[in-house]
Design a protein around this ligand. Structure first.
Ligand SMILES: Cc1cc2nc3c(=O)[nH]c(=O)nc-3n(C[C@H](O)[C@H](O)[C@H](O)COP(=O)(O)OP(=O)(O)OC[C@H]3O[C@@H](n4cnc5c(N)ncnc54)[C@H](O)[C@@H]3O)c2cc1C
Length: 558
């Protein structure tokens, strides 16, 4: 199909989150004209995230904290998480380039700090910005452990700051950002992706565009934390798009990079591909509607690992709970309690979604005393709720088992075996480090309910990990037969990436940076498809694309 483009650029990026921003930065650095199309105002899940970036191999922050690490050790650990979801050479490239990747982020204004968190936690407080964000200590036989969770230095959940800095860098690089424009279809000519069709609010009555922006902004957080309410609040946004959206055709001379996030907000897709996520709270924005995957498969691309979702169950903070014993309904031990929350969540889901933590009086008291000081507000709320309402107690282990609905004989045997190990008679068969093995023998005993089911104050977050299959060297989308779809690239959670088998904190954003940069670089280097285009990006025309349009209709300008 030959199209009369409304706007044209060398590289068109679909979605303005971490992956899209990184792709745009690389393509612009290569001298290309770059256009970013974003359904809302940008940021996506990235801006709501914790801003943790998984990096290691001796970063300046690790060195400042006195941590010794190497690319080899990082590779050794990540092999246990990543498996064969990407080729071994790709994982090595990621680890070897990790120090440089963090420096690249810093060069674009994203700040990090080497203040090491002393506790195992799901997210450090505002005093600490480097921590063990995975199961590194549990996997100590595979590789020397090191803290590699680099939290963007900013108060609260600092993904907002990470994205704000990347967005500023993208604008400074002269990239045109076209917000309130959803890509609905890829356009191909002779099998090559040459452009995209959008529904855009550009040029609609001002009040409709303003209402769309404001209503999306207001609904975005409820959508994440109280999805039912968020969906109702977000309905008018969809209505405005349907009622006022206009067709916009955008040509891409060198390539289209799909970086439109995951599919956590698409309930039919979740039900079809990841039924194990039922009962969890999708960590998704309205943009995570699976359109990235749909766009790619619509152009002949393959999708994979859509059944892989990460379900999180964190025991710490408070870290005292790591001394407890995690059991299933039969009373059997689930796993090493000090593993990362997504690994624990995986194990719980594998056992039908039901699990409890056995903790004695001393453990519960220590956990209560840690609530203040080691938690941010949302962690405090969850831990307080668990210790207050999510727990049953009794004077004996069999009696507490009966109260919770756990097999009493199974639980008694598990606790007896655990205490034997904890009293120093051997290594923990589940692999928990010795300093966390503390006998649970002081009544009353509590069973804290960690089951994965809908719970207002203790939801189980769910992150989709699968997506389009991308060439590990170029980021080009591959067809089911392994050949590339010319002109089409995918990155971030729209694609299969480093975290698609198993997530540890920071690995998704790190993968967005890695895969986004790769796609941007390779799209920029691709041969031109022969159309007219905007001149290369220039910072002096950074905010407004109107001045840059050459030969095609004027680009939208916000
Ligand atoms: C609360 C929370 C905390 C998290 N914490 C961390 C963390 O600390 N570290 C970590 O590694 N991961 C974390 N994650 C996961 C991580 O944030 C995401 O996996 C990652 O940011 C995804 O980035 P992305 O660029 O692929 O997608 P996004 O950041 O979601 O960006 C995609 C963009 O594409 C837009 N879009 C979608 N469809 C279209 C379309 N058809 N046309 C145009 N635009 C479109 C969306 O509006 C969105 O702005 C967290 C997630 C959440 C929700």
């Amino acid at each position: 199909m030959s199209a009369e483009w409304d706007i044209q650029a060398d590289v068109v990026v679909v979605g303005f989150g971490a992956a899209g921003a990184c792709a745009a930065l690389e393509a612009a650095a290569a001298g290309c004209s770059v256009l970013v199309l974003e359904r809302f105002t940008g940021g996506g899940a990235t801006a709501l995230s914790g801003g943790i970036v998984y990096a290691g191999g001796g970063t300046p922050q690790q060195r400042a904290a006195g941590v010794s690490d190497s690319a080899e050790a990082m590779l050794g650990y990540l092999r246990t998480e990543v498996g064969d979801v990407v080729p071994a050479r790709t994982l090595r490239e990621f680890c070897d380039g990790s120090v440089a990747m963090l420096a690249w982020l810093e060069s674009h204004g994203v700040p990090f700090e080497g203040s090491l968190c002393p506790d195992k936690t799901s997210y450090p407080t505002n005093r600490h910005y480097l921590y063990y964000s995975g199961s590194e200590v549990s996997a100590r036989d595979a590789a020397p452990p090191a803290p590699r969770g680099h939290r963007t230095r900013g108060r609260g959940t600092s993904g907002g700051l990470l994205f704000a800095r990347l967005a500023a860098a993208v604008r400074a690089a002269g990239v045109q950002i076209v917000p309130q424009t959803a890509v609905v279809r890829l356009i191909t000519a002779d099998g090559r992706v040459t452009g995209v069709e959008c529904r855009s609010l550009h040029g609609v009555p001002w009040w409709a565009a303003a209402a769309h922006r404001v209503l999306h902004g207001v609904a975005r957080k409820p959508y994440l934390y109280a999805p039912k309410l968020g969906r109702v609040m977000h309905r008018p946004v969809g209505w405005l798009e349907r009622r006022h959206g206009r067709t916009l055709l955008v040509g891409a001379d060198r390539g289209v990079v799909v970086a439109a996030g995951g599919f956590g907000a698409n309930r039919p897709m979740l039900r079809a591909h990841a039924p194990s996520a039922r009962g969890g709270l999708p960590l998704a924005t309205p943009g995570d509607d699976g359109s990235g995957v749909r766009l790619g498969t619509g152009a002949g691309g393959a999708a994979a690992l859509l059944d892989r979702v990460s379900v999180w169950r964190f025991l710490s903070p408070p870290s005292a709970l790591l001394r407890g014993v995690l059991v299933d309904a039969s009373g059997k031990r689930v796993c090493d309690e000090s593993r990362y929350g997504a690994a624990i969540g995986d194990e719980i889901v594998r056992r039908g979604g039901r699990a409890w933590l056995l903790a004695d009086r001393a453990t519960v008291a220590a956990a209560r005393s840690q609530l203040r000081g080691s938690t941010l507000w949302f962690q405090w709320l969850q831990a307080w709720n668990l210790l207050t309402f999510g727990r049953v107690s009794a004077d004996t282990v069999p009696a507490v088992a009966v109260r919770a609905g756990v097999d009493p004989g199974g639980l008694a045997a598990t606790v007896a075996a655990y205490n034997t190990v904890a009293y120093g008679k051997g290594a923990d068969p589940a692999g928990k480090p010795a300093d966390l093995l503390s006998p649970q023998d002081q009544p009353p005993y509590s069973l804290i309910d960690l089951s994965v089911r809908p719970r207002l104050m203790y939801p189980a977050p769910v992150l989709t990990l699968g997506g389009l299959v991308a060439d590990p060297d170029t980021g080009q989308v591959l067809r089911p037969d392994g050949t590339a779809v010319p002109g089409l690239y995918a990155a971030g959670r729209s694609a299969v990436g480093l975290c698609s088998r198993s997530y540890v904190s920071g690995l998704s954003i790190a993968d967005c940076v890695f895969s986004g940069r790769r796609a941007g670089r390779h799209a920029a280097a691709a041969r031109e498809s022969g159309g007219r285009k905007l001149p290369p990006s220039r910072s002096d025309e950074s905010r407004c694309g109107c001045a840059a349009s050459a030969g095609t209709r004027t680009a939208p300008c916000w």
